[in-house]
Design a protein around this ligand. Structure first.
Ligand code: ZN
Length: 234
């Protein structure tokens, strides 16, 4: 990266409001997040498993999949989870202009708000990739960009393997963790079922992303401006 691009990036980051980009929370909780759904088979099973475990989580949905499974979006919201925006078509970041991205974000946001009746400003870019131009455009849309600090890489795990259980067994939660799963694969269900039976302490720490970011349990205050910018989907 050139000196001037680095300088521009640093300047932009300094100018952004606190929590404009979130990859980890401040409080003691952790947030489980599920991308790329809803899926007609895996998402209902995941919702059952989350309810059994007493966990509320965050789903970053793909708009066109949500439009095909509207009742699943209703249930996600009804069960107390956050719904975030993961574009309309999960378009390839490097083949998508800032204007196309914003069109997809608006279309997906409108769908979520139409179905749930709740405002949504949480956005996760496909592959976590953004350019400065897209970041600025998303800020104009008043979107909070949510990344992660733990990637399970569940999308790479063979179906029927115990790889996700191994991951869950080895996972040592730290305060404010944001963990990435995918609910268009079956592994997330196995992970939540494992947590429910083997890691009840972890289940008790799970929050939605908006709760995690707004949490003042750690004693750190959260600016009013941040509270005003977050999704109210929970
Ligand atoms: Zn994705």
């Amino acid at each position: 990266m050139s000196f001037f691009r680095q300088l521009a990036k640093r300047t932009l980051t300094a100018l952004l409001p606190r929590h404009a980009i979130v990859s980890r929370g401040a409080g003691p909780g952790i947030a489980l997040t599920f991308d790329d759904g809803p899926h007609p088979d895996h998402t209902p099973r995941l919702l059952d498993a989350l309810a059994d475990a007493g966990i509320t989580a965050t789903f970053f949905i793909v708009g066109e999949r949500g439009s095909e499974h509207r009742s699943l979006l209703q249930r996600i919201a009804y069960d107390g989870h956050n719904i975030g925006n993961h574009t309309w078509s999960h378009s390839e970041p490097r083949e998508t202009s800032a204007r196309q991205l914003i069109d997809e974000v608006r279309r997906t946001r409108d769908l979520i708000e139409d179905i749930t009746g709740r405002e949504c400003r949480l956005f996760r870019p496909p592959k976590g990739e953004l350019t400065l131009r897209k970041l600025l455009a998303l800020r104009q849309e008043r979107q909070t960009i949510v990344l992660w600090n733990h990637d399970t890489k569940d999308y790479r795990m063979p179906v029927g393997s115990d790889a996700i259980i191994d991951w869950c067994r080895d996972y040592r939660p730290w305060s404010g963790d944001i963990v990435l799963f995918h609910d268009n694969h079956p592994h997330a269900v196995s992970a939540v079922e494992y947590f429910a039976t083997q890691r009840p302490d972890l289940c008790e720490r799970c929050l939605t992303v908006s709760e995690l970011v707004n949490s003042s349990r750690s004693g750190r205050s959260v600016p009013q401006s941040v509270r005003g910018t977050l999704c109210t989907g929970s």
